[in-house]
Each structure stands twice: as C-alpha cells, then as structure tokens.
Write a new protein. Structure first.
Length: 510
C-alpha cells in the first residue's frame, strides 16, 4: 500500500517536468511570428501549385492539323509562348498575370495536313475548327490546372505540416491564387497581341508565317482569326520540309530597310544583302557612321554598297568625313543626301542632311548639341520649302537624334542613328522619330565592350498610296560570338487602336 502513493508522486513529477520542458519561456519565444507563418504557408502553396502544374497540369489537344500540348507556367510577366519545334517560337504579350500559357506544337498529323494540302477549300473552315479546338483545350486546361494546383499544394502542405486542416488551407489558397490569376489574365487580355509577335529561331527568318504588313494591319481584329492564320502557315511550313516558304510581297506595300552605324564591320554587308533578298526591300536608308575614322584608306570598304540589290540612300555621320561622302557619291546605286537635299527613290521622296560634326575620336572641340539642333533646323526649313513647292517629303534622315527632332511637324517620319540603341517616339507635332541601333554591332570597337553589342536593323512597311508607315519589323542578331536571331513586329498606335476592315481571302498572302 505504501508504494502506491510513491508511484502516484512519481507520475505527478513526470507530468510536471514534461509540462515545464514543453512550456514556452515566453509567448514571443514559443510561437512563431505571424508573418513567418504566413510567408511559410505562401511558400508551401506556391511550390506545391508549381509542382502540381509541372506533373499533371498539361493538356494534349488537337488544334486543326496539329497535335499540341497546353500548359500553364508560373511567370512574372505573363503572356503566351507558342513553341513550333524545330522552327522556333513566338511570344505574345497576351495578358498580364503571374501565369504564362505555353503551347507546344508536338507534331503535325500527316492525314489532316495532307487533307488540307489536297483540298485547299477546307482552309476556309479552318478558323471555326481551330477556334473550337482552342476553346475545348482551354476549358480542359483550366479544369486540370485547378486540380493540379489544389492537389500539389494540399499534398505538400500535408507533408510539411502533417495536419489535414492546414493542408486543406494550403489547397484552398492555391485555388484562390489561380482564380485571381485567371481574373487578372481575363481583365488584361489583349487579343491584338498577335499583331506584335516576337519571333526566335528559324521563324525569325520566315516573315511569311504571319503574312506581310498590309495583311496584318487589315486582316485580323480578333485573336481566333489570327490563330487560324498561324495554324495554316505552320502547316505550310511543315509541308515544305527543308525549305521555308517564299515571302510573297504585297504590291501595295513599300519596304524600307533602315540601317545605321555600321562602323567598318564587313559582316554588315552580308546581313544587309540577306535582308534585302528575304524581305524584298525597295530602298535601303543608312543614317550614317558607316566608317570609323573617315580616312581615305577606309574607302574601299564601301564598294559592296553598289551590289546590295536595292537603292542605297545615305547621310554622313560624325565618323564619316567629307572624303567619305565624296567617295559615296561616286558609287553606283547610291544617293547621298546633305543640307536638306531630296531624292525620289523606291516610290518615296526622301530628304536628309549630314552630321555637322566630324568627331571620329572625340579629340577635337565640337559644337555639341547646339550644332546638331542647328543642322536639324536647317533640314526642317528645307522640308517646309519642299512642302510649299508641292513636292512633300515622306521620310527625313539625320544622323543625330537631336537634329532629327527639329523636323517635328514637317514630315511624317524621320530616321536617325548615332546612339546605338533603338528609339521609337511620336513627337509633339505628329512626326514619328525612329532611331536605329548599330547594324555593325558597334564595329571593331565592340570587342572593347564587356558584352558583345547586338546587330540591329529594321524593315519599315509603308503604304504605296499614302506612303504612311503601317508596321515595322525590328531585327536583332547576336553580336560577336553569338548566333541568336529575333524579329519583333510592331504597329503604330493608331493602327492598333482601329484596324482597317478585313479584305477578301484572295487578297491574303501566305
């Protein structure tokens, strides 16, 4: 009987010390901070949702003649990426949300594609078919994504917290975040993003995938129509196997290749010649700095200009001397502009002026910005004289943007270079300023930089009747030691706001 009270006392002591060992020293020391708990839960939710999407969040669905895989992926910028292996990819700024839609074209169904090739009349119904396929695939992807994020977050929450209630809270929060992302995507959905795609890979050298500029401006005003167009052209690309389709130019579009700041890079002539052939360029405009020091010894570098396949319009840059200018005037197929002189070439009237400063090494005092602005004022005066004479200028050219800005209100479009990066600016009085980067990738000076400078040029599309800018393609190639290629299509704001009516199917080029 005596041992029972002792045993009871031992049990009480054990409970006492166990309680003391597990009891918090203070409330702040024992309980984690509320923010820490919230951040931990969010981390579990995001990681679990991402794992769920990665494992079971894809949907395989046919889109017209293609078998595709649709997937939602976490992303800081949103948008849509269409991977057309092995041709490359298209990126569309379709929405702003923390999720991106990836569409992988896995393969082309031989039977369905051959049916389209043998029976072209079926292409007229492809739009409805593609629209239905995309709608069905999107619905299935939405359901599967919901299941994926809830399952992933719940499973990871159970593994981390080992409490069903906390795990279910993680799954519910994941579903709420996905719903909020969907609402954000819906609210910011931009169907006209297909008008300004960004190409990479082989697609960057096949502008016919989305048709010519006039077709893009006038043909499509809804996302489904453009997607049908894309499917049709991808079908033709695959059917062509080893050869890319020929780019069919629209006779109502004038194509201008804008280059600048070649800086003695001999590779530039090969690049320009290739672009002239690929895009069927009507006229090349060079906004200066073709040379590096402007010496007579460099003049032989200019000889390939005569054989580029299109008229070459040139203005002097601050690295080009009057010796350079005199040599350019003697070359066949070259039009040198200075002091506001104008020329009719390629269906356009173009006027320009050379840079008032010659500073190849920045060693001598210069007039700086004031000299450039004064040259621009003289150019603007010449443009007004042309207007009064009944021969208005369509495009003005100056090397320095400070000079180019002085032409605001006297010409629809003015081109410049000098700064080695692109600028697209609609000036106050309605003139659009387009500054091109370095088509020579900075020239030999590029090796002095920490990173290679990229090679840049642009193709401008102008209506032959109005000579107004319709669209432009920005072409960017990797610099020294790089092999990347990218083409981004852009439209003026007014064309994005109010696209023209759609033409008949017979007007559309492939």
């Amino acid at each position: 009987m005596a041992r029972d009270p002792f045993r009871a006392a031992v049990v009480r002591m054990r409970h006492h010390y166990r309680a003391r060992s597990t009891a918090p020293v203070s409330t702040l020391a024992a309980a984690p901070h509320p923010y820490t708990r919230v951040l931990g839960l969010l981390a579990v939710v995001v990681l679990g949702a991402w794992l769920g999407l990665l494992i079971v969040g894809s949907v395989r669905t046919p889109v017209g003649p293609m078998d595709t895989t649709m997937t939602l992926r976490p992303s800081l910028s949103g948008g849509t990426k269409i991977n057309v292996s092995p041709l490359g990819a298209l990126e569309l700024n379709s929405h702003v949300a923390p999720v991106r839609l990836d569409v992988d074209v896995d393969q082309l169904d031989p039977e369905r594609s051959q049916a389209l090739v043998k029976h072209p009349e079926r292409l007229s119904g492809l739009q409805d078919e593609v629209t239905g396929d995309v709608a069905a695939g999107t619905r299935e992807l939405a359901v599967r994504s919901c299941v994926a994020v809830v399952s992933g977050a719940t499973a990871l929450g159970l593994a981390v917290y080992r409490r069903p209630r906390r795990a279910l809270a993680a799954g519910g929060l994941a579903l709420a975040l996905l719903a909020a992302s969907g609402i954000s995507a819906y609210a910011t959905w931009n169907p006209k993003s297909v008008l300004e795609p960004k190409f990479s890979g082989l697609l960057s050298s096949a502008p016919s995938v989305v048709g010519d500029a006039r077709s893009i401006v006038t043909e499509f005003d809804v996302y489904q129509q453009e997607l049908a167009r894309l499917v049709t052209n991808v079908t033709k690309l695959y059917d062509a196997t080893s050869t890319l389709p020929v780019y069919q130019p629209n006779p109502a579009t004038i194509r201008v290749l804008h280059v600048s700041d070649v800086h003695l890079n001999p590779a530039s002539w090969h690049i320009i010649g290739s672009l002239v052939e690929q895009y069927e360029i009507d006229v090349i405009i060079d906004s200066g700095d073709t040379m590096d020091h402007g010496t007579a010894a460099e003049n032989g570098f200019l000889d390939p200009v005569s054989d580029l396949g299109a008229p070459y319009v040139w203005v002097r840059g601050n690295h080009d001397s009057t010796v350079t200018q005199a040599y350019m005037k003697g070359l066949k197929n070259v039009h040198v502009l200075d002091e506001g002189s104008a020329v009719n070439v390629g269906g356009l009237r173009i006027a320009g002026t050379g840079d008032p400063q010659f500073t190849p090494d920045r060693s001598r005092p210069t007039g700086g910005r004031a000299a450039e602005e004064l040259a621009g004022i003289r150019l603007a005066s010449a443009l007004r004289d042309q207007q009064r004479a009944g021969t208005p200028v369509d495009i003005a050219v100056a090397h320095d943007p400070n000079a180019a800005r002085q032409t605001d209100g006297t010409v629809p479009l003015v081109l410049a270079g000098h700064v080695h990066h692109r600028v697209n600016e609609l000036l106050k009085l309605g003139t659009r300023l387009k500054v091109e980067g370095s088509t020579g990738g900075g020239g030999l000076r590029a090796v002095q930089n920490e990173k290679p400078e990229k090679v840049r040029a642009s193709v401008l599309y102008l209506d032959r009747a109005t000579r107004h800018l319709q669209a432009w393609d920005e072409i960017t190639l990797g610099g020294l030691g790089l092999t990347t290629a990218e083409v981004s299509r852009h439209l003026p704001e007014e064309n994005l706001a109010s696209p023209s009516p759609s033409p008949t199917v017979s007007d559309a080029s492939p």
